[in-house]
Design a protein around this ligand. Structure first.
Ligand code: GDP
Length: 305
């Protein structure tokens, strides 16, 4: 229900417009498809994804000769679901941490300032703790004092240790000590907050490769996940950031935040389609439980029900 509520604005925007495209029409014709194209683009699915969906519907129309407008919802629902990433249901029970992976599971979190990176890490820590997992946090986004302080506050609130060397210290050194502590304390999950800036791609790449290099001294498979946090309410900006970050490092999963209070939730569909990187988490509110493991059918159902 928090998902339904969180996606309310996106749904309203999308369906109001979708409804208008078929008013007084019984058949999906070229005019309906043109309008649908505009609706999808203005709902932040992005041009590439929109064109793909329109083409698939055109194929259906060509094949079946006739498509009634009352079937449009169902077809859109299917086409959208086909473009979304599916999370392994096995992962859902430990809030996205696969079972059977040697512990600690190391999560590197990247994203520009303000997207909700620290909050997402805090919420993740709380969710992992609720699942009985031991967590260690590392404050390796050392460029901003606020980021370090905020992470420490989350650590206190949730009751998990935070490794910090303060502001302007070497991020790789923080990451090193965090993973070391994780191993020493038999932690299940180590979460490292990193690289809040993207002023140059080379900088970011160097910083992240250095972090990877040093943490692999303790855990050769680390990082198990590079989680990119994106602010869904920025719509197409989130897509641009995803392009930049995926060029700079191997992003393995996405967290899309702030989907509540925005009508731009369609960006989840566009990003999932363009990058083929699983959307692992979505943020639909301020509360801990408003960070959810992404479930594509639930997402689609929230949009269409
Ligand atoms: P950071 O600079 O990326 O670390 O961003 P923060 O974690 O400080 O978050 C910036 C703001 O976004 C804070 O006020 C958070 O409470 C808020 N925020 C983060 N995620 C969500 C979300 O899913 N929904 C809403 N409504 N607010 C969020």
């Amino acid at each position: 229900e928090s998902l339904d509520k969180g996606l309310e604005k996106t749904k309203e925007n999308f369906f109001t417009k979708l409804g208008r495209t078929v008013v007084g029409k019984s058949e999906v014709d070229e005019e309906v498809l043109d309008e649908l194209e505009e609706v999808l683009i203005s709902s932040d699915l992005g041009v590439g994804t929109t064109v793909k969906i329109i083409e698939r519907i055109e194929e259906r129309v060509a094949r079946d000769k006739y498509l009634g407008t009352q079937e449009l919802d169902k077809i859109l629902r299917e086409e959208i679901a086909a473009l979304l990433s599916e999370n392994n249901t096995e992962d859902l029970k430990d809030f996205g941490i696969p079972s059977g992976v040697k512990r600690p599971y190391v999560l590197l979190v990247v994203g520009v300032n303000g997207v909700g990176k620290t909050t997402t890490i805090g919420k993740l820590s709380a969710q992992f703790k609720n699942k009985g997992l031991n967590v260690v946090l590392g404050a390796a986004d050392t460029f901003r004092a606020a980021a370090v302080d905020q992470l420490i506050m989350w650590g206190e609130r949730v009751g998990v240790p935070v490794v910090s060397h303060g502001m302007n210290t070497d991020p790789a050194s923080v990451a090193f000590d965090t993973v070391k502590k994780g191993v020493e304390e038999n932690a299940d999950v180590v979460i490292i907050d990193t690289a809040g800036r993207l002023h140059t791609k080379v900088n970011l790449m160097n910083e992240l490769s250095k972090i990877k290099r040093v943490i692999q001294k303790f855990v050769p498979e680390a990082p198990h996940e590079v989680l990119l946090v994106l602010d869904g309410s920025t719509g197409q900006n989130a897509l641009i950031q995803a392009r930049e970050f995926t060029k700079a490092t191997d992003v393995t999963a996405l967290a899309i935040t702030k989907l509540d209070g925005t009508a731009k939730g369609g960006v989840v569909i566009g990003i999932s389609d363009e990058f083929k990187i699983p959307v692992k988490y979505i943020g639909v509110g301020e509360k801990v439980e408003d960070l959810q493991v992404f479930n594509k059918m639930e997402f689609v159902d929230s949009l269409f029900n």
